[in-house]
Each structure stands twice: as structure tokens, then as C-alpha cells.
Design a protein around this ligand. Structure first.
Ligand code: UGA
Length: 448
């Protein structure tokens, strides 16, 4: 089957490469000529584990190519995916759909024969209707179906998520479009893939409802962590204790500095706006958005606490800048607000991240020093702060750190170390929702 994928961001590039790996012929299209040039030369503009190899393999097999112009690929395609960005519109938090509609117009101008136009970008309920209207206005004779097919992949695990999804949701009531979508995803049905067909608007809402629910789950455990700190309980044990209940489930119950990334912050906000406009406000999600925003600012206070309020002139070593591990994505990363807060309070920041430093340099104050590894940034520091749980930070050499830091103080915002062990190692230790330096209440590790 011939596929055109418009937009080579995380979603477009991963989906395009994976569809090619299924055996389809895919052309990935982007207006950004430098990106297309890079891809043609075999270089990948983003960091996503396994993607370079996947792209190279399918390019070599002649199933994956790249273009700045969509004409040829759209003419030939049975399915054209719109996977362009839908950033938050400045001022009101609604999703900005201008790129989606621009792509729809271009598709309308050149499509030939029956074509299924699939929105993979995260778009508010009703966008499919608008896309269809835009296309029909431009080309009343076009033989097209507009389908919603939201993406549920996580950055850092995107290929695995695409190839082994919990479900694939397709929003269309048109039998012809259904047949095309079934054929596209057929390679997955060998793994008993739950391919779920719904009405288009329902499918659009499923995407937002899923992200909002997960953001709510994280925010719930984050607030529970604050309560644990006040009453002397351990949030990891609370998470495990409730997560073993199948109705709750153990995932997405890791307390931390607040959720970030390109999806949860933007999508939760956009969903609240849609709901307000529809006259059915989602008060829980409105609260989730507000609680998370405050958390990302307030969590820097843990550093002040660890330093007994003596912060002016202190040097802080920060490990991890990206919003989560295995990505170079800094969007809405808690590290941004934390580092700004530390600098505002008169501290100097030395930072290290395995993949995010280039992007961080554009987003963080110029005074931040960037090191080549954990030990270089820890040199002379009064406090070490772990913001992102990269594997490289899971087995730090604390004896070495003690000799190079000015004082042994660790703020672990991802709870990767054990309070009692840190106490034994002679570190003043602050984590999230767990007793400070006191023995853990249970030997059980956190629920995954
Ligand atoms: C999220 C969803 O998980 C995907 O299903 C969805 O497709 C994607 O958004 C999207 O809409 O495109 P992603 O943003 O890549 O994926 O990252 P997550 O792994 O969901 O993490 C989001 C944030 O929540 C991170 O800042 C992470 O540190 C935080 N988090 C996650 C926690 O603080 N605790 C947890 O238990 C889990």
C-alpha cells in the first residue's frame, strides 16, 4: 500500500518508518528542506532509540523516501496522514490547527482517485469535520474519506509502542475507509491487535481523554507524595499498595517534579478549553493543570530545604534536563522552571544531560555551565539534584561524589535512591514523598 506522511516530527517520522517496516511504501514529507536533506543523507533530526536503524533499513529496501513536496506522494497514495504539529495557540491554550488545515488544502489540490485522509496529529473534537469541509470546499469532486487515527506512542519508547500497541483507534463510519485502515494495520493483527473502530468525534476525544487521565493519575500521586511528607508515610509504598488493585493498576504512579513534555501540558489545557466551550467543563482536569503548573515551580524549594535555607551563592549540580529519559526533548520540562527558580534565588547551576544539552542551551539562562558528565558538574557543588531519571544516574559513585562535592547533599526528584542507604553513605538526602534519610518502610521497590 502507498502511504504519504505529512510532517516529520516524532509522530510522523516514527509512524512513517514503522509503516514502511510493515511493508508499505511510505513517503515522509516536510516543508523544512534541511530536515528532508538530513533524512535523505541518513541523519535523524530527533533522538529516538532505534529510529536511525529503522529508517536506514527501510530506506535501503526502497520502502521509505523523503520529499519537501507532497504532490507525487499524495497522487499515488491510498492513505495520506496528517502528522503536523498542533501547538498551544498563544493566549488561549486552544490547539493551533493552522498547519492541519494548510495540509488538508494542499492534499485536496492534488489527490487523485479514492484517498483516505487520516489525522494523526492530536486534534480537538470536531477537527475531522473541519478538515473534510476544507477539502470539499477546495475540491468538491474529490473522492476522499477523512479519518481520525490518534497516536498513543511515548517518546523514548515510540517504536515499541507503535509496533506493540495496547490498541489502535480508528474513527470512521465509512466502510471503504475502514477497509483501507484495516489493510494498513493488518501486520499488527497477527499479534491479536485490538483495532477499534469508532465514530470520528469519539476517536478524537479518546486521545485527549487518555492523556488527561494519565496526567491526572500522575498529579494524584504527586499530591499524595506531598501528604506523605507531612504525615511521615512513604509514597512508593502507597503507589504499590494501591497499584496492586487491578482496577487502579501500577503504571503512571511515580511521584516526581510534575509532568512535562510535548503532550500532557498542551493536551490537558486544550481539552479544558474544548470542554468549557461545549458547556461541560472538566473541573478535575482544570485542577490537574493548575496543580501541575504550581508543582513545577514549587519543587525547587526542596533544594532550599536540603541546604537548610542557605542558598545564596551556592552551587547546584543538576543531572537530567529533558522532560523524561531517552529523549532530547526539553519541551515543558520541569528542569526549566526548577533551574530558573534556583538562579533567581542566587544559586549557580552546573548541568548535565546525556541528550538534551543542545536544546537546553537555547532555553535556559546563559549563566548555566554545562559539563560532560555527572562528576564534572558535581565538582565543587553544594548540592546535587537529579531531575530526570536517565539510566546513567542510577548507579552514581557516591564515595567519589563525596570527595569532589563541597558538601554531600542530594535532592532526588525521581526517587531512584533509597533514603536509608543515602543516610549510611553520609549524604543529606531529600526525595519526593518519602521520609528524609530515614529507613524505608518497606523493602519493596516502587511499582512500575
Ligand atoms: C504521552 C503519553 O504517555 C503517550 O501515550 C501519548 O501518545 C503521548 O503523550 C502523546 O500524546 O503524544 P510522552 O509525553 O512521550 O507520552 O511521555 P510520558 O512517558 O507519558 O511522560 C510524560 C510526563 O509524565 C513526563 O514528564 C514524565 O516524567 C511524567 N511521569 C510519567 C511522571 O511524573 N510519573 C509517571 O509515573 C509517569
Amino acid at each position: 500500500m502507498r502511504v504519504a506522511m505529512i510532517g516529520t516530527g516524532y509522530v510522523g517520522l516514527v509512524s512513517g518508518a514503522c509503516f514502511a517496516d510493515f511493508g508499505h511504501h511510505v513517503t515522509c514529507i516536510d516543508k523544512d528542506a534541511s530536515k528532508i536533506e538530513m533524512l535523505r543523507e541518513g541523519r535523524i533530526p530527533i533522538f529516538e532509540p532505534g529510529l536511525d536503524e529503522l529508517v536506514a533499513r527501510n530506506k535501503a529496501a526502497g520502502r521509505l523516501d523523503f520529499d519537501t513536496d507532497l504532490t507525487r506522494a499524495v497522487k499515488e497514495a491510498e492513505a495520506v496522514f496528517i502528522a503536523v504539529g498542533t501547538p498551544s495557540r498563544r493566549g488561549d491554550g486552544h490547539a493551533d490547527l493552522s498547519y492541519v488545515f494548510a495540509a488538508a488544502r494542499e492534499i485536496a489540490n492534488v489527490a487523485e482517485g479514492y484517498t483516505v485522509v487520516v489525522t494523526k496529529s492530536t486534534v480537538p473534537v470536531g477537527t475531522g469535520d473541519e478538515v473534510e469541509r476544507v477539502i470539499r470546499e477546495a475540491r468538491p469532486d474529490a473522492d476522499i474519506s477523512v479519518v481520525s487515527n490518534p497516536e498513543f506512542l511515548r517518546e523514548g519508547a515510540a517504536i515499541e509502542d507503535f509496533k506493540r500497541p495496547d490498541r489502535v483507534v480508528v474513527g470512521t463510519e465509512d466502510p471503504r475507509a475502514r477497509a483501507v485502515m484495516s489493510a494498513l494495520y493488518r501486520p499488527l493483527s497477527l499479534n491479536n491487535l485490538p483495532l477499534m473502530f469508532t465514530a470520528r468525534r469519539t476517536s478524537e476525544l479518546i486521545k485527549y481523554a487518555g492523556n488527561a487521565f494519565l496526567a491526572m493519575k500522575i498529579t494524584f500521586i504527586n499530591e499524595m507524595a506531598d501528604l506523605c511528607e507531612q504525615v511521615g508515610a512513604n509514597v512508593q509504598d502507597v503507589a504499590r499498595g494501591i497499584g496492586l488493585d487491578n482496577r487502579i493498576g501500577p503504571k503512571f504512579l511515580h511521584a516526581g517534579p510534575g509532568y512535562g513534555g510535548s503532550c500532557f501540558p498542551k493536551d490537558t489545557l486544550a481539552l479544558t478549553r474544548t470542554a468549557q466551550q461545549a458547556g461541560a467543563p472538566l473541573r478535575i482536569i482544570e485542577t490537574v493543570v493548575a496543580v501541575n503548573d504550581v508543582r513545577k515551580l514549587a519543587i525547587a524549594r526542596k533544594v532550599e530545604k536540603a541546604l537548610n535555607g542557605q542558598v545564596r551563592g551556592k552551587t547546584i549540580a543538576v543531572l537530567g534536563l529533558t522532560f523524561k529519559p531517552n529523549t532530547d526533548d526539553m519541551r515543558e520540562s520541569p528542569a526549566i522552571s526548577i533551574i530558573n527558580a534556583l538562579i533567581d534565588k542566587g544559586m549557580q547551576v552546573r548541568a548535565y544531560d546525556p541528550e538534551g544539552m543542545e536544546e537546553a542551551k537555547r532555553l535556559l539562562p546563559a549563566s548555566v555551565f554545562y559539563g560532560t558528565g555527572p562528576y564534572e558538574v558535581a565538582e565543587g557543588a553544594d548540592c546535587l539534584v537529579i531531575i530526570t531519571e536517565w539510566d546513567a544516574f542510577r548507579a552514581l559513585d557516591f564515595e567519589r561524589l563525596k570527595t569532589i562535592m563541597r558538601q554531600p547533599v542530594l535532592v532526588d526528584l525521581r526517587n531512584i535512591y533509597v533514603p536509608e542507604q543515602m543516610a549510611q553513605l553520609g549524604f543529606a538526602y531529600e526525595s519526593v514523598g518519602r521520609p528524609t534519610g530515614a529507613p524505608a518502610e518497606s523493602q519493596l521497590t516502587a511499582a512500575e
